[in-house]
Design a binder for this molecule. Structure first.
Ligand code: DGL
Length: 243
């Protein structure tokens, strides 16, 4: 049976896992949260290439037959810089494909510093919708705020300040980091427009398995389990892997 490896720096990927498990209950998944290297969005391109190739190798050794990057930041890495012996699915295109509503004329993309600097969302959106106006905003702290379980009110106050120039100025916001949907409602309320994110994406390589699920983190497993319980009400038992 075909096991899908799912990779992220942490809780963003776990939120995607929560959706995937509901939609594909018979699929076998192995999830790796490379939390020791979090946040990915502050790394250099070379650092990310090394980290991700190591993670891919580990997932392959565990029996993954394809890998989903449940992460926008690493979805920006050029395919030729990564191990090409395994099929990899990325989140940017499927996320952009959701914006087919012709009433959307101006969009704000919020993402990690790495993703914004790569320009990948702008390029992909313009290719799909040539007349779309795209603005981008890096939110450098939001991923760590989610990982650190920072007080919600403090996070929302920060979002209010950072999003202020865009309030009622855009028709949609794209949450270009899988950690950000933890605050999806806040984005929608503050900006006054709908938010689009990666969690609805369709997996092409789904197979009938037994629904076997395993979870690994490169940081502390007990802390990861607690984070999953507190934020997503998921009771999981993860294991620590040294990478
Ligand atoms: N959740 C990831 C993303 O979608 C990574 C965030 C990070 O580690 O900076 O970009």
């Amino acid at each position: 049976m075909s096991k899908i490896g799912v990779l992220d720096s942490g809780l963003g990927g776990m939120l995607m896992m929560k959706h995937l498990i509901q939609r594909y209950p018979a699929q076998d998944f192995i999830f790796l949260a490379d939390q020791i290297h979090s946040p990915f969005g502050h790394k250099t391109y070379e650092q990310l290439v090394n980290i991700v190739n190591q993670d891919i190798q580990w997932l392959k050794n565990q029996g993954a037959e394809s890998i989903l990057f449940a992460c926008n930041t690493i979805s920006c890495i050029q395919p030729q810089d990564l191990d090409q012996s395994i099929r990899i699915e990325r989140v940017v295109e499927p996320t952009c494909a959701q914006l087919s509503d012709s009433k959307i004329q101006k969009v704000l993309v919020c993402a990690t510093p790495f993703t914004v600097a790569s320009g990948v969302y702008g390029k992909t959106l313009i290719k799909l919708y040539p007349s779309l106006q795209v603005e981008s905003l890096a939110l450098p702290n939001l991923c760590s705020d989610v990982e650190n379980l920072t007080d919600r009110d403090i996070v929302i106050e920060g979002l209010n300040n950072q999003l202020h120039p865009y309030v009622h100025q855009v028709d949609a916001v794209v949450l270009g980091c899988t950690h950000f949907p933890v605050y999806k409602e806040a984005f929608e309320q503050i900006l006054g427009c709908p938010a689009y994110e990666s969690n609805q994406m369709t997996l092409e390589l789904v197979s009938e398995g037994t629904g076997e699920l395993s979870y690994y983190t490169t940081a502390d497993a007990a802390i990861f389990d607690t984070q999953c319980r507190c934020i997503f009400q998921m009771n999981i038992v993860s294991s620590k892997v040294e990478l």
